[in-house]
Design a binder for this molecule. Structure first.
Ligand code: ADP
Ligand code: MG
Length: 583
């Protein structure tokens, strides 16, 4: 936080001096860089949530034309026109988002490219409204209470907007929605397993980025006082994207650096080609392109490669009051019951008529050879996959249909293949588990109204980490931990959801002996003190036999045996199919 603030203050001083002292032409270029920076802040957050837009220049144009036409032709005051342009663009983005954000992989960028091109064509074709290819002249300058803003004042206004937006995005970035965005980018299935409504969060981030872009477009119209469709082409969208990637999306600061560096490089290339080398103008784009490609190849994290900004606020100390990650009190007991569940993948019957119960205040083991269907059962029990047939109930009530709702019903899980967000710290990964207990949205975070909630969540995450023996690692990047420790981080993250039913998919793989003993002790505590229903899938037979109260054996999608662990161990069918192989 400190370093973010000091960067902000330092930059403000430098900028203020530049705006006041530079020749008007350069002060104007600074305004353009600021306009780009506003777009980049929104676009970079969109990218940080794993969405690539190749059509944002369309929002820039829509904002610009709307603000210009409302002031020029309808006589609205500029500020009101700007607000209307932003609101209109947000509505347009909401519509486009609902239509296209469900698309995955390369279909989404292609869809954004398609509507980007379509809207750009409209700017040129609607000659009666936009002036078409010959442009829209005579746009009034921005004015407030009758005071008309000149180039320098406009530059200062633009950078004022940049500063406020930057502050807001820094807060959003390190808050609840920022973590959700990083989780969505990393793995939407995991994000929704902790209650993130992936579609809704994606739409909100998309609308926010479109609104920011429209705001920048409005400022552009008032600054240029002339608009032509060429400024909002697909090429312009690409340039915006290049700025974001050039800066890097690991932190909002990257957006600012990218916008400034891009503007600087563009001017530098122009100067070099035209004045020094005396080459034709087209060469400038080639030179510029070559520099960008070289930079992107060399530094995939962009300019942020060199700037270290701590992503989250310093971990708060827990003074005195102990905080429990799962609420200190015993939770109402709830059993998870699976009745005659089938899961087919085409011709493969991964689960065939499986019925079992994961009782409250019990550790239930589930063993079986690889490919038996254990993880598939996990996925069906958390609504990641719909069952082909059968019924799953939780405390007598049917299981919810989406995994984001299932975790709210009290079922939390870990993943066999560790699903942590590499860009986040250990603490932040664990805080993600408490997503459903938070409320702060984009606006609350932007205004800094989420502080109390964040502090409580961080304190609970510290407590959860202490429970799995990783208190000392809270501040480290999660990618630095061993695989075994990462599995324990997943357990801590699951505890943050205050589960009644805890599903652990091979949590002990990669753990050392003392860590395994600590894991068993933790499971026993959760069972005895909180009455938690725990399902343990594990290959380490000593660990399983030593701690489970009841054991199910799955083989080729069918239940082979069940009972107390000693009985199961003696079952000839189990010995033949599974345990025999171990001996
Ligand atoms: P386990 O966790 O017991 O090792 P899994 O549940 O991962 O077993 O797999 C059970 C069977 O279902 C395997 O044959 C696996 O290949 C298949 N399977 C699992 N998930 C899918 C999927 N999404 N699509 C197709 N087949 C799958
Ligand atoms: Mg598995």
């Amino acid at each position: 936080m400190h370093s973010t603030k000091s960067i902000l203050v330092g930059t403000t001083l430098v900028l203020a001096t530049m705006i006041a002292a530079l020749p008007t032409y350069y002060a104007g270029l600074l305004a353009l860089a600021g306009i780009h920076a506003i777009v980049c802040l929104g676009l970079s957050f969109l990218l940080a949530a794993g969405q690539l837009s190749l059509g944002h220049a369309a929002f820039l144009g829509t904002g610009a034309y709307a603000a210009a036409i409302l002031t020029r032709d309808a006589g609205w005051p500029p500020l009101l026109a700007l607000a209307a342009a932003v609101a209109g663009c947000a509505a347009l983005a909401c519509l486009l988002g609902h239509l296209t954000l469900r698309l995955r992989g390369h279909y989404l960028p292609l869809a954004t490219l398609a509507w980007g091109m379509a809207i750009h064509v409209c700017f040129g074709a609607a000659t009666g409204v936009t002036g078409g290819a010959s442009g829209l002249p005579d746009i009034p300058a921005f004015s407030l209470h009758g005071a008309v803003l000149g180039t320098r004042a406009m530059t200062a206004l633009t950078w004022g907007v940049v500063a406020l937006s930057f502050l807001a995005f820094c807060r959003i970035h390190r808050g609840r929605i920022g973590r959700a965005a990083a989780a969505i980018k990393s793995n939407p299935t995991m994000a929704s397993a902790f209650g993130v409504d992936v579609a809704a969060v994606k739409i909100r981030i998309f609308v926010l980025s479109a609104a920011m872009t429209a705001l920048a477009g409005g400022l552009y119209a008032f600054y240029m006082q002339f608009l032509s469709p060429g400024s909002f082409s697909v090429g312009a969208s690409f340039n915006l994207l290049i700025m974001v990637v050039l800066g890097g999306v690991l932190h909002p600061l990257g957006a600012l650096l990218g916008a400034i560096a891009f503007t600087g490089l563009e001017i530098g290339a122009q100067y070099l080609v035209a004045s020094l080398l005396d080459l034709p103008g087209q060469m400038e784009s080639m030179l510029f392109g070559a520099i960008l490609i070289a930079a992107l190849l060399r530094w995939p994290n962009g300019l942020m490669t060199w700037v270290r900004v701590p992503r989250s606020a310093a971990a708060p100390a827990m003074e005195g009051h102990a905080v429990s990650p799962a609420g200190a009190d015993r939770l109402p007991a709830r059993a998870l019951r699976v009745e005659a569940v089938e899961k087919h993948f085409g011709g493969l019957r991964a689960l065939q008529g499986v019925s079992l119960e994961i009782g409250a205040a019990r550790i239930t083991g589930l063993i079986g050879p690889n490919g038996a269907g254990k993880s598939t059962l996990f996925n069906v029990m958390t609504a990641v996959l719909p069952a082909t047939r059968g019924r799953i109930t939780l405390g007598g009530e049917p299981l919810a249909r989406t995994s984001a709702q299932v975790v709210r019903q009290g079922v939390a899980r870990t993943f066999q293949h560790v699903q942590l967000v590499a860009e986040l710290s250990v603490l932040e990964n664990v805080m993600l588990g408490g997503y459903i207990h938070g409320r702060a949205g984009l606006l609350a975070a932007a205004l800094g109204r989420d502080r109390a909630e964040e502090r409580a969540l961080a304190a609970a995450a510290h407590a959860a980490l202490a429970q799995v023996g990783l208190a000392a690692e809270a501040g480290r990047p999660v990618a630095e931990l061993t695989l075994g420790s990462q599995r324990l981080v997943e357990v801590a993250r699951a505890l943050m959801a205050h589960p009644r039913v805890l599903l652990l998919d091979e949590p002990a793989a990669g753990l050392r002996e003392p860590e395994k003993r600590a894991l068993v002790a933790l499971m026993r505590r959760l069972r005895d003190e909180r009455g938690m229903a725990i399902l343990l899938v594990e290959h380490d037979m000593d660990l399983v036999m030593g701690c489970v109260d009841y054991l199910f054996v799955l083989n080729y999608g069918e239940l082979l045996s069940q009972g107390a662990s000693a009985e199961v161990q003696r079952d000839p069918a189990v010995v033949a199919a599974y345990l025999g192989a171990e001996a």
